[in-house]
Design a protein around this ligand. Structure first.
Ligand code: A2R
Length: 321
């Protein structure tokens, strides 16, 4: 008779962030009594009500180690980060401190306290950088050539993790999510930025003038719920080998201009569009698309949320704020 599987104990870092709140809701809804779920993060006030949450500053090495020893996770989903290209450009040293230094604290603590655990790292499709210049949807064999601080910090994090956890007794799985969006995302990200501006124009709070960056860039826009279902699938797929890198992508890029026009059709008032120089990136990749066949083969995952639902949800959320 084979032994019963060990109960799962899932620790989610960055649990009070945009993706973290959606992840916590989804994992909580799974409601398997054999699963213990704990979210950690900096701000308890932002945590999803009704989910287990404890404060944890990743830069506090001793606290990170103590939290891991106390909870003894079997699975760790590491989301905490400075999470946007723009934010990272404004705070380069802090980006490296958190995205690499904080990650090192966590990885060291995993290696010493829970070495057999599965560590799932939310890196980013941004790591491919100049490799996107091929114009193809990239799979995981494309060599990363990051072009900004955020992407470089994520790529450095991947490599540090391979060094620290890659040959240990546990599993290391690196995920490279492409752009994702959804209700409650903040306005550093383009769809929420457009939706927020439209909502304020509709409410008469600002003149009917919408500020944009480069409208010709083509990007993927996964719904955060599809990203969360990918993360859940990876957390439950026990046969994904350690060291696996997986894109989380739709492979269907759309221009920023088309996103704006799709939102314009949902808007209740007309508006003008003007380019704001501060919204233009110094090095712009024309098209960034990912190939997620490896993730599909490993877990059966595919995105299912219709784009129209995604946009309507984001605009409704912006109008309620
Ligand atoms: O900065 P805060 O207080 O909002 O907390 C953020 C948290 N975080 C930290 N937690 C502990 N110690 C730190 N030193 C630290 N620095 C940041 O990570 C926030 O709650 C969370 C990240 O959430 P968001 O910025 O909303 O990112 P999102 O979109 O949920 O992305 C999740 C992950 C990131 O690693 C992205 O780079 C990746 O997915 O695409």
């Amino acid at each position: 008779m084979s032994a019963a599987p060990a109960p799962r104990r899932i620790l989610v870092t960055g649990a009070a962030g945009f993706v973290g709140r959606h992840v916590m809701a989804a994992l909580q809804a799974d409601a398997d009594p054999g699963v213990a779920l704990l979210g950690v993060g900096r701000c308890a006030a932002d945590a999803l009500p009704g989910t287990a949450f404890q404060p944890l500053e990743l830069m506090d090495r001793a606290a990170v180690r103590a939290r891991l020893a106390a909870f003894a996770p079997t699975h760790i989903l590491h989301l905490a980060a400075l999470s946007s290209v723009g934010q990272a450009a404004q705070a380069t040293a802090e980006t490296w401190q958190v995205n690499v230094g904080g990650l090192l604290n966590l990885a060291e603590a995993v290696a010493s306290e829970v070495p057999g655990a599965t560590f799932v790292f939310a890196s980013s499709g941004e790591v491919y950088g100049r490799a996107f210049l091929s114009g193809e949807a990239l799979d995981e064999t494309a060599a990363p050539q990051p072009t900004n601080s955020y992407a470089r910090s994520k790529w450095a994090g991947e490599q540090a993790l391979q060094d620290i956890l890659g040959s240990g007794p546990g599993r290391l799985i690196v995920l490279r999510p492409f752009n994702h969006t959804g209700p409650s995302q903040d306005e550093r990200f383009v769809v929420s930025s457009f939706a927020g501006q439209i909502a304020r124009i509709e409410a008469g709070l600002v003149p009917p003038q919408l500020a944009v960056g480069n409208l010709s860039a083509r990007r993927e826009f996964l719904d955060v719920r599809d990203v969360v279902s990918a993360y859940r699938a990876v957390l439950t797929a026990d046969d994904v080998p350690s060291g696996t890198v997986l894109n989380v992508a739709s492979g269907e890029p759309r221009t920023i201009a088309s996103v704006l026009e799709d939102l314009r059709r949902l808007a209740t008032v007309p508006f003008e569009v003007s380019v704001a120089p501060e919204r233009l990136r110094p090095f712009e990749i024309a098209v960034a698309a990912g190939d997620a066949r490896r993730l599909h083969a490993a877990t059966g995952w595919a995105p299912v949320i219709p784009w129209a639902d995604t946009l309507a949800g984001i605009l409704d959320d912006a109008r309620r704020r």
